[in-house]
Design a protein around this ligand. Structure first.
Ligand SMILES: CC(C)(COP(=O)(O)OP(=O)(O)OC[C@H]1O[C@@H](n2cnc3c(N)ncnc32)[C@H](O)[C@@H]1OP(=O)(O)O)[C@@H](O)C(=O)NCCC(=O)NCCS
Length: 212
């Protein structure tokens, strides 16, 4: 599935995550109509893009005319990003795929709707990535990995080949997952972990280290 690159975009949110997305879109020469954010003043310009007002402004545009970009970050325990996506999908809007032009992506990789691939990512052949998942800055996904819907691979995550990540998983910054390991759905993996055997669903992994 590919986004319609001709469609104009509206970015929801103006936080750090949104700015990273806007940068990727601008470098990729995508057309951005504006940003919606209740916390930002209407008419403010952020990275050259105007703030349209709150989310209510989106409904001025027909769902067939625009695509949305989910600019809410995905932090462990926070559901706002996913509830926002559902709210607008229920109204018939689609979420664009955002792919930074510097990402190196094999020809057969399959992305679902709303996937966000940040700068410097490498994705090897046979990979599948589910709806709305974020593959953050400089992550590397090796051959034949499968990543579910609503996952977040934070910056600098490395997945070896054949890794399976269940839906809603959060893999913290700089984590390494070795070959063919499965990470269960709704699981949170703390930043800087090394995961070398399967991790069940709905657990939180924090690897203790001696204090320096
Ligand atoms: C795993 C994580 C979610 C835990 O969060 P939490 O449940 O709120 O836990 P706390 O921050 O209360 O920490 C609990 C304990 O684990 C330690 N700890 C937390 N994260 C750790 C990590 N990644 N590695 C080692 N120890 C960690 C804390 O120091 C604390 O130790 P203490 O009990 O001795 O004081 C979080 O620390 C983390 O790593 N998040 C990843 C964030 C990320 O990748 N963000 C990217 C955004 S782009």
């Amino acid at each position: 599935l590919k986004s319609d690159f001709e469609k104009s975009l509206i970015v929801l949110g103006s936080s750090g995550h949104a700015k990273v997305l806007i940068e990727a879109l601008l470098v990729g020469e995508r057309k951005i109509i504006g940003i919606t954010d209740p916390a930002a003043e209407k008419g403010t310009i952020i990275m050259g893009v105007p703030v349209l007002g709150t989310d209510m402004e989106i409904e001025q545009f027909a769902s067939g005319e625009v695509e949305l970009v989910n600019g809410l970050g995905a932090l462990p325990y926070r559901k706002a990003r996913w509830t926002l996506a559902k709210r607008f999908r229920d109204k018939g809007y689609a979420f664009a795929q955002v792919i930074h032009p510097s990402a190196v992506i094999a020809g057969d990789v399959e992305f679902a709707e709303g996937v966000q691939i940040m700068a410097g990512v490498v994705i090897q052949p046979g990979v599948k990535i589910g709806r709305d998942s974020i593959i953050n800055t400089r992550s590397s996904i090796d051959h034949d990995c499968e990543i579910g819907n609503n996952c977040h691979l934070a910056p600098g995550v490395t997945l070896s080949g054949g890794v399976h990540v269940g839906e809603n998983a959060h893999i913290g910054t700089g984590t390494v997952v070795t070959h063919a390991v499965s990470v269960g759905s709704d699981t949170i993996i703390g930043a800087g972990s090394v995961i070398y055997r399967d991790v069940p669903e709905r657990v939180k992994i924090i690897q203790r280290r001696e204090e320096i």
